[in-house]
Design a protein around this ligand. Structure first.
Ligand code: ADP
Ligand code: MG
Length: 544
């Protein structure tokens, strides 16, 4: 309050009031109060500028050696040998990123190891040590000669599955989960009689997956193995109308193993074109997606129609088949306890989680760029052209560009067309006839760039991908893990890189969680890693 408006306040009292402010320097009772015309901070800055101090380059001490985090502003670099403890506050390179002025800032989580964690600490053991019979081993050798030693997740999953346990396996992307369940599935079917071919088609093994592309991929892995063992593997994908589904199912001979999407299977069950009464092995692959609201009703119906064994001894009765349940995912599924309470399994479920579950991948470089929405297209085109140039000098891999909506995929596609950048597009709103085979042709390398939505982020495997670009930042940490998991897979030919464009404040919140987890070398927060009540406590096997 100005002193003039306070007649009762004596000059002496005002002096006392102002005493702590040494910058006003009241020295004697008769001296007038100094008038501050320029704010002190501004004045100090002007003085600094005049003395040239501000223009001189600031010295930042960067210790030599490899970096875990490299940032545009070197004061945020973190050496590879330093890990922050959970109580230590971390200087985040992305801290001020909600402010618009942080545009064009960037940082990277550097690659700290060469190979995928799934291939590290491989046991000296072989597939034979896991309990697989010679027929299955021969089939594996014949079909996939490159698969010699089991990955960590395969070593932990195959033995309990062969003992007839219900399993929940959550392990990082690209760690070989498909063979983990396919090999025991095929072995379990070998010893059991086929159903009567004259009755309604009734598969004995069912693999449920969330997309047609993934169904196609799993069938491609399972079919040659099945052929070699005398088992029929078929695929049932949606989007092709009831007549196609009917035709697919009436194909002779009937399937021993069916790889299906929930929508198509639901339709077939409703029309009684198929029965699940003979089922002895049920796999939900990418279970976190299958338990999402969009699929939940269909999955509930399918589980209702399958007879899941309540105890392991029920699996042995060939005349009254009961199914073993296998849940597989790269992120720990939410809502799994509700699902299990519906199928009334009285025996405990064996939970297998890898120690690297939900961790930022250590073998893939991940760059985050803070951009304005309007700057993203130009940046993407520059990245694609640069990659193309690199491809000509030394052969590089293919690129996946993720968008959050089908309309963005289409719009971006037109822009790439204008720039004469050849690419493929894959999104959920395409007619089924257009969608067929797109991912396979990308996998085979007919095109180097695939623009897609999250339908390509779940489970799809291509060892040629070396760059993932998150054109739109994913909406959840789960989506980030799945998208990033398309590079750096077991058997990948090239080291992978992920580049993410960060635009919105909610993107920044996720980036800060990722950065903090990387600096602390801990798993990403809030993703859960255990089955909660009402299901009885699970065995937890932590894969080292
Ligand atoms: P996930 O389902 O865990 O994401 P996949 O089952 O799709 O991973 O496997 C990823 C890649 O690893 C595939 O190309 C597969 O052929 C390969 N692979 C799986 N197991 C092995 C193994 N034991 N040795 C070498 N390569 C393997
Ligand atoms: Mg998979």
């Amino acid at each position: 309050m100005p002193l003039a408006w306070c007649p009762r306040l004596s000059l002496r009292a005002a002096r006392l009031f102002l005493a702590p402010r040494r910058d006003l320097a009241i020295s004697g009772p008769d001296e007038p109060l100094p008038v501050v015309r320029i704010p002190r901070t501004l004045q100090r800055r002007q003085e600094e500028r005049q003395s040239g101090r501000r223009n001189s380059t600031r010295l930042v001490l960067v210790r030599p050696g490899r970096l875990l985090i490299s940032a545009r502003r070197p004061e945020f670099n973190q050496p590879a040998r330093l890990t922050l403890a959970c109580w230590e506050s971390a200087p985040l390179a992305s801290r001020g990123w909600k402010n618009r002025r942080s545009r064009w800032d960037h940082f990277s989580i550097e690659r700290s190891q060469r190979e995928t964690p799934a291939l590290r600490n491989l046991s000296e053991g072989s597939f034979a040590d896991l309990g697989l019979v010679p027929r299955v081993l021969c089939a594996l050798q014949e079909v996939a000669p490159e698969v010699v030693r089991p990955t960590t997740v395969q070593s932990s999953t195959i033995p309990p599955l062969l003992r007839g346990r219900h399993i929940l396996c959550a392990a990082e992307t690209g760690s070989g989960k498909t063979l983990s369940y396919l090999l025991p599935l095929l072995q379990q079917l070998l010893g059991r009689p086929s159903p009567d071919p004259r009755s309604v088609p009734a598969p004995r093994g069912l693999v449920l997956v969330p997309s047609r592309e993934l169904a196609e991929q799993v069938r491609t892995v399972a079919e040659p193995l099945g052929n070699s063992l005398g088992l029929q593997v078929r695929e049932l994908g949606g989007g092709r109308g009831m007549s196609r589904i009917r035709l697919q199912l009436l194909k002779q001979p009937p399937a021993d193993v069916l790889v299906a999407t929930p929508g198509a299977l639901w339709k077939a069950l409703k029309r009684q074109l198929m029965s699940l009464e003979q089922l002895s092995f049920l796999v939900l692959d990418e279970v976190d997606t299958l338990l999402d609201e969009s699929f939940l009703e269909l999955v509930d119906y399918i589980l209702e129609k399958s007879h899941i064994a309540e105890r392991p001894d029920e699996l042995k009765d060939p005349f009254n088949p009961k199914a073993q349940l296998v849940l597989v995912g790269a992120t720990f599924p939410k809502g799994v306890s509700q699902l299990l309470s519906k199928v009334a399994i009285s025996e405990s479920l064996t939970t297998i989680t890898s120690s690297k579950l939900h961790c930022v991948m250590p073998h893939v470089k991940q760059t985050f760029m803070r951009l304005k929405g309007a700057e993203k297209v130009a940046e993407l085109i520059q990245i694609l052209k640069q990659h193309d140039r690199a491809d000509r000098t030394c052969s590089s891999g293919t690129i996946l560009v993720f968008c959050n909506s089908s309309s963005t995929v289409n719009w971006l596609g037109y822009i790439l067309d204008d720039h004469k950048i050849q690419h493929l597009r894959l999104q959920g709103q395409m007619p089924a006839s257009m969608r067929t085979g797109i991912f396979q042709s990308f996998q085979k390398g007919y095109r180097d760039i695939l623009l897609c939505t999250d339908i390509a982020s779940r489970g799809l495997d291509s060892i040629h991908v070396d760059l993932v670009v998150n054109y739109d930042f994913p909406l959840t940490l789960q989506d980030y893990i799945h998208r990033a998991g398309r590079v750096g897979r077991v058997g990948s030919e090239l080291p992978g890189t992920v580049i993410s464009f960060v635009t919105h404040p909610w993107d920044v919140s996720l980036v800060q969680k990722i950065e903090l987890a990387a600096r602390r070398k801990r798993s990403l927060p809030g993703l859960g890693s255990s089955v909660r009540e009402p299901f009885p406590p699970a065995d937890v096997n932590v894969v080292p």
